[in-house]
Design a protein. Structure first.
Length: 442
């Protein structure tokens, strides 16, 4: 699992590097308002890609099981049906997102001094959604068969392209138009499209098992029975992702009330947290794939070993990373922010939440095991309940009715993580006591 995790974590790191460079350039050279404009938009963008992430989660379960059972025909059918469905979903999402961006940004309370920039930035990215959805789906397929290296290579290409293009488009180097903050959006679109094309060429040249060949193309027609199964597994995850993104929209609306400095601090803290949570998210993916392949090959005795290995790696890797960030928090945040009041807000928020991502990681491992077996309903219920019955109410109450102010918003995160882990673990233990592993597989 550790060997599998290395390229997976590096892939997640590379995926965040372009966002990191984007925040560094925008925050330090274009100012706090520009960084706040981008930060205010991302919860909305995440909402629109959430359904695809959920469908990808469902397809990875089916692909892992089909690969474990060595059923190549079914594997290709899963790939073809998922690609067609996600492309249609991407087209619909791009149209809807572009048409209603302004209204949604107003609804979530985006400050007036940044709303015009936020809306323009968002609309540029929305038109890339069909290709982005296909790219996300394909990397999910490849990881599902146990190949974490190829997505890593793809993300190297994507990151290099994005980081290289960004300053040229933002500052107008070499005679290119000076696009300012919008240059980062165009760099993201161009790098995504080019990377997807290069990935397909690479898969073909290396004769990869999931290359886009005739066996995949013939399955691009919609297999309705397979789609129903895919949706049954994917929709709960999609609902969870959507409700998580809606909670982030609720949180950003709470943050926006404290002004653009608070919004910029929120964006900087999210950048740091995206790296801190990386081992937990990567372990969730790894545990899900290992568990699904164990189930597909009928090696059910391996599941406890998979969970133990995941939990141990979470404590070691997550603990080391969190400790380092605690020690270097001010220096890290200073990379994004030069405004002292904003830096102070960001530092306080980071101190409150950082430790709780170890708890987040343990919950990810338990829920990933249940999802790999096809048990997707209860992990979704527990996650949604912890967010909407704990995180959002706690954040709202403490920020509006106590003297904590914006700090109260961040207390909601560790509270939700603790409740979620407790619910996941209680259900997991109950399942084992009832019928051992067979109660998880149905």
């Amino acid at each position: 699992m550790f060997i599998f995790l290395i390229p997976l974590i590096l892939s997640n790191a590379l995926q965040s590097i372009s966002q990191l460079v984007n925040s560094l350039i925008v925050g330090r050279w274009l100012g706090v308002e520009a960084l706040a404009a981008i930060s205010s938009f991302f919860p909305l963008f995440f909402l629109l890609v959430s359904f695809t992430i959920g469908i990808g989660s469902g397809s990875s379960i089916l692909i892992g099981q089909a690969h474990g059972a060595k059923n190549e025909e079914r594997l290709k059918a899963i790939v073809g049906t998922t690609l067609t469905f996600t492309f249609i979903l991407g087209v619909v999402s791009s149209v809807v997102g572009s048409l209603f961006t302004w209204e949604i940004m107003r609804f979530i309370g985006t400050p007036e001094n940044i709303i015009t920039v936020s809306v323009h930035y968002a609309r540029i990215l929305f038109w890339s959604l069909p290709v982005m959805f296909l790219y996300i789906s394909y990397t999910t397929f490849i990881r599902g068969i146990g190949d974490s290296k190829t997505p890593f290579y793809s993300l190297i290409v994507s990151t290099v392209l994005n980081v290289a293009l960004m300053p040229f488009l933002i500052f107008g180097w070499l005679g290119l138009p000076r696009l300012g903050v919008y240059g980062s959006a165009y760099a993201s679109v161009i790098s995504t499209v080019l990377t997807f094309i290069i990935t397909l060429i690479y898969l073909s040249k290396t004769k990869h098992p999931l290359q886009f060949d005739a066996s995949v193309r013939k399955h691009l027609r919609m297999d309705w029975d397979l789609l129903k199964l895919l949706l049954r597994l994917g929709i709960p995850s999609s609902i969870q992702m959507i409700l998580i993104s809606l909670s982030e929209i609720a949180v950003i609306s709470f943050v926006n009330k404290f002004g653009s400095n608070a919004t910029a601090a929120y964006g900087a803290v999210n950048q740091v947290v995206s790296y801190v949570s990386m081992p937990a998210i990567s372990l969730g993916i790894a545990v899900s794939i290992f568990a699904a392949q164990s189930i597909g090959s009928k090696q059910l005795d391996r599941l406890k070993q998979v969970i133990r290995a995941g939990a141990l790696l979470n404590v070691v890797m997550g603990g080391v990373l969190i400790t380092l960030v605690y020690l270097l928090s001010k220096e890290i945040l200073s990379l994004f922010l030069t405004n002292q009041p904003t830096l102070t807000i960001a530092h306080d928020l980071l101190m409150i939440t950082l430790w709780s991502y170890l708890i987040f990681g343990q919950a990810m491992i338990i829920s990933a095991t249940m999802r790999a077996s096809g048990t997707v309903f209860w992990p979704t219920v527990f996650s949604v309940a912890s967010i909407w019955l704990v995180e959002v109410p706690v954040a709202y109450f403490l920020s509006n009715f106590t003297s904590l102010g914006i700090i109260g918003i961040w207390i909601g995160y560790p509270a939700a993580f603790i409740v979620n882990l407790g619910l996941q673990y209680a259900y997991y233990r109950w399942s084992w006591k009832q019928k051992s592993i067979t109660s998880l597989i149905h």
